[in-house]
Design a protein around this ligand. Structure first.
Ligand SMILES: [Zn+2]
Length: 84
């Protein structure tokens, strides 16, 4: 089956591109590779290829990235309001 080899090559190229991009951007955790599929470093869900291409080197799925973005920054505002 040449089909499987082709798919393996596509996965390899995708992950290599992500790894190369990561050395330039180097933000967030490194993605996991499970069965040749690039997966979220947090929940281990596969990251869609469209997201990998849009955000080269991304290591989190959409859900985990959103949680990470909203969580840390908001504590400050609440503290400031209490002081007033
Ligand atoms: Zn995730």
């Amino acid at each position: 089956m040449a089909n499987e080899a082709d798919r393996a090559q596509i996965h390899e190229e995708t992950f290599r591109a992500a790894s190369l991009a990561r050395t330039k951007t180097a933000t967030g955790p490194e993605p996991l590779v499970i069965d040749g599929q690039v997966c979220c470093a947090n929940c281990e869900e596969p990251i869609p290829e469209a997201r990998l291409k849009a955000l080269l080197g991304v290591g989190l799925c959409v859900h985990c990235a959103e949680e990470g973005e909203t969580a840390p920054a908001q504590g400050k505002d609440e503290e400031e309001k209490e002081e007033e």
